[in-house]
Design a protein around this ligand. Structure first.
Ligand code: SF4
Length: 735
């Protein structure tokens, strides 16, 4: 059908934090998207990666949830009900029927082969019955109110979603706070950049990026660290490569090689978990060479002397022993950084997902600050956000220690009590990682509302998560598919994909953009903000929003950072915040040109000592596991594994191994192996990869049938409370 006969709907890509602008071309006769095309916007310039271009067909999957479901067999122990995620209790083993966790799929009742790795609907659905919305919502409200009445506000918790819009994130945290009187509300930022945000708040008074990723073209030098942007932020990566062609020097600091290291001027292939030692050594050398910015330090930095004393203990030779990076390379990179007129750091979860994640980010803040590389074009600090709306969901208050716009629950309680007309919890709530632990303790969380999150695959040590989800008195899951977590639910509410609703989303650059409705939700599925409002009314809140723009206006009134923004002035490209004049300006690219957001306006340096990871390799578990994402897939795979193109390109789980590690075990490329840690084991295929360091393996966490988080450790960073997804000890062996 020619393009002129298709309906064009301008929207935003739902996957990574880059938030590329795109247009969907919709065939109204078939009520289906025909194709998607990139749209010009300052942060994406009409570019799309494979996910944005082809990854939208999941929304039309026949596996969409279309009617509310209520668990029928309350005597039947809770999930996992499907056989192909291995649990460790008798129930799971007894019922599994030898399914193990092998990929490859099996035959359903209709005799057709099912895709491997998705929840087996035939196996799970008999444990639920269809219900009306009235019946399902009445049950949800009644059970959560009962748990609240008997266990108190702390017995309730909510996981919101960074896949939902800003308005939905705002309403969800408002519901948990104002409706149930608890701050036990969090989302996947806890698994992503919580440690970066903790360090940024402490250091510069703001958790958002200080400059955009496209500002890299103004930098003389860029450090890209703990990140594989080609896979995780592909369009941002294209700006990095473009900057390299224009003369920006790229320093890539990462345990793994990637296509970015192939474009880099320097690849510092640190051993996993040694970032603090590396960056302390860089600062040691910058100071020794006299390449610090004394004027900037005197005017805008506090605690420099203590930092200098700490990094004095990290000469390059010592750091080389810890990090495995040659001392001369450390010296050379320090010189290049110190001599740059403008230098910027972009980092990913290789920095944040450690028990030292906050310390790692503190070092990056210090390195930029002592060299005056903040507050000018081509300088600054940018944690590359993972999910499309993790920045916006955090801004909207979907975190247990902050109300919207990072207003602390201790400081801003009265303001929000007045705005919302109710008394609020004076204490910080529990984080995602703490809530899972709390469920397993007496007097802890008993009832949960899960909106669009899938902790049974996304959280660390999922055998522990399974125990927690099984132990809940009541779990309501609101999602678009029967996820692994939904198997544990008492009530499942069919929700809408981002294609089926209007709302705003904030990307990693602080760009607030409108996602526009392309099609109706299937069956009886409803828009998420309407479901949240329905529950709010049933528990006694007087809400009467009629459109997301009304929610957005309320948010803006309470969020100084979003001042002046409205749905009708975001335009087709969205706007960066802060923005004094959105009618005429794209917004502020570079923050902190005059002062930091801290109370005294100074950057507060916090020195860090290098500490090893929590679980080091030993004779029984001699290899280090690093987990992460692939270009074609997204988090727990519920969307991308239902996308024909994406799943066809990348259909199976693999463990990436250095050739020598594979040879030492007699393993050939493509061979099936067992990977064990102290917490569980999985079976999957070997991929021999020259990009891994010897002694280290990589497993993506998208694949249910080889769930990487059966292996990972649930040790957390003491400040950001983020798990150590990037380091635990494993063994790999032939089957
Ligand atoms: Fe979507 Fe990110 Fe790819 Fe852009 S780079 S198309 S936002 S997944």
């Amino acid at each position: 059908r020619p393009r002129e006969q298709l309906n064009a709907v301008d929207s935003v890509c739902p996957y990574c934090g880059v938030g590329c602008a795109l247009t969907y071309y919709v065939d109204r006769e078939r009520d289906a998207i025909a194709f998607a095309e990139g749209r010009d916007q300052p942060g994406s310039k009409s570019r799309l990666c494979v996910k944005g271009r082809y990854g939208w067909d999941y929304a039309a999957s026949p596996q969409r949830l279309t009617v509310p479901l209520i668990r029928v067999d309350s005597s039947y122990p809770k999930g996992p009900l499907s056989a192909d995620v291995r649990g460790d209790n008798d129930h799971d083993r007894g019922r599994g029927g030898g399914g193990g966790n092998r990929s490859g799929g099996k035959r359903g009742r209709d005799g057709r082969r099912k895709p491997g790795g998705l929840v087996d609907y035939d196996e799970v659905l008999p444990h639920f019955r269809e219900a009306t919305w009235e019946e399902a919502m009445d049950l949800v409200a009644r059970r959560l109110k009962e748990i609240h009445a008997t266990g108190g506000p702390g017995a309730i918790a909510g996981f919101g979603s960074a896949k939902c819009s800003n308005e939905e994130a705002y309403l969800f945290q408002k519901l948990i706070r104002a409706g149930f009187g608890t701050n036990n509300v969090d989302h996947c930022t806890r698994l992503c950049h919580a440690s970066s945000v903790a360090a940024l708040f402490e250091g510069v008074g703001s958790g958002a990026v200080s400059t955009t990723y496209s500002d890299v073209v103004n930098a003389d030098v860029v450090i890209i660290t703990g990140s594989n942007p080609t896979a995780n932020h592909p369009v941002a990566s294209s700006f990095f490569k473009q900057a390299r062609r224009r003369g920006t020097k790229i320093v890539y600091v990462d345990p793994r090689a990637s296509t970015v290291s192939e474009h880099a001027d320097y690849h510092c292939q640190v051993k996993p978990g040694t970032d603090v030692a590396f960056y302390n050594a860089l600062m040691h050398e910058v100071i020794r060479l006299g390449k610090i910015d004394r004027e900037f330090i005197a005017a805008r930095v506090s605690n420099y002397d203590e930092l200098a004393r700490t990094v004095a203990d990290y000469p390059p030779e010592r750091a080389a022993q810890i990090t495995g990076v040659d001392a001369d390379l450390i010296r050379e990179v320090a010189r290049v950084w110190g001599e740059a007129g403008s230098a910027v750091i972009y980092w990913g979860m290789g920095i944040s997902q450690h028990t030292t994640g906050t310390d790692n980010a503190r070092c990056l803040i210090a390195l930029c600050s002592i060299t005056g590389n903040v507050g000018r074009p081509g300088t600054g600090l940018h944690p590359l956000r993972g999910q499309n709306n993790v920045q916006g969901a955090s801004d909207a208050g979907l975190i247990p220690m902050f109300y919207p716009d990072y207003q602390g629950v201790e400081k801003a309680r009265e303001r929000f009590e007045k705005a919302w007309g109710t008394s609020l919890d004076p204490n910080r709530g529990l984080t995602v990682t703490e809530i899972i632990g709390s469920v397993l303790k007496p007097g802890g969380v008993r009832g949960m509302y899960m909106l669009g999150e899938n902790p049974f695959l996304s959280d660390p040590n999922i055998n522990k998560v399974r125990k927690a989800l099984s132990a809940l008195d009541f779990l309501v899951v609101q999602d678009i598919f029967l996820t692994e977590t939904a198997e544990f639910a008492d009530v499942i509410l069919p929700a809408s994909s981002y294609l089926e609703k209007n709302g705003s989303y904030t990307n990693t650059d602080r760009r607030v953009q409108l996602g526009r409705k392309v099609m109706d939700p299937p069956g009886q599925a409803r828009v998420d903000w309407e479901i949240i409002q329905d529950l709010a009314r049933r528990i006694g809140l007087d809400w009467s929003y009629t459109h997301p723009s009304e929610v957005f206006d309320e948010m803006v009134a309470l969020m100084p950072s979003y001042a002046n923004l409205r749905h009708d002035n975001l335009g087709l490209s969205g706007k960066l915040y802060p923005n004094a004049d959105p009618e005429h300006s794209d917004g502020t690219v570079v923050l902190f040109d005059e002062r930091f957001n801290t109370d005294d306006g100074l950057a507060h340096l916090v020195p860090a000592q290098w500490l090893p990871a929590k679980e080091l390799p030993d004779a029984e578990y001699p290899l280090v596991l690093n987990t992460g994402r692939l270009l074609e897939h997204w988090h727990t795979g519920s969307m991308t594994r239902r996308s024909f193109a994406l799943d066809t390109i990348s259909p199976i789980a693999e463990v990436y191994m250095h050739p020598k590690d594979a040879a030492d075990r007699g393993l050939a490329h493509g061979e099936r192996v067992r990977v064990r840690s102290r917490r569980g084991e999985i079976e999957l295929q070997v991929r021999i990869s020259h990009r891994e360091q010897q002694g280290n393996c990589f497993i993506p966490f998208h694949f249910r049938e080889a769930a990487a988080n059966l292996l990972t450790i649930d040790a957390i960073d003491p400040y950001g409370k983020i798990p150590e997804f990037k380091f635990c000890a494993i063994q790999v062996e032939a089957l």
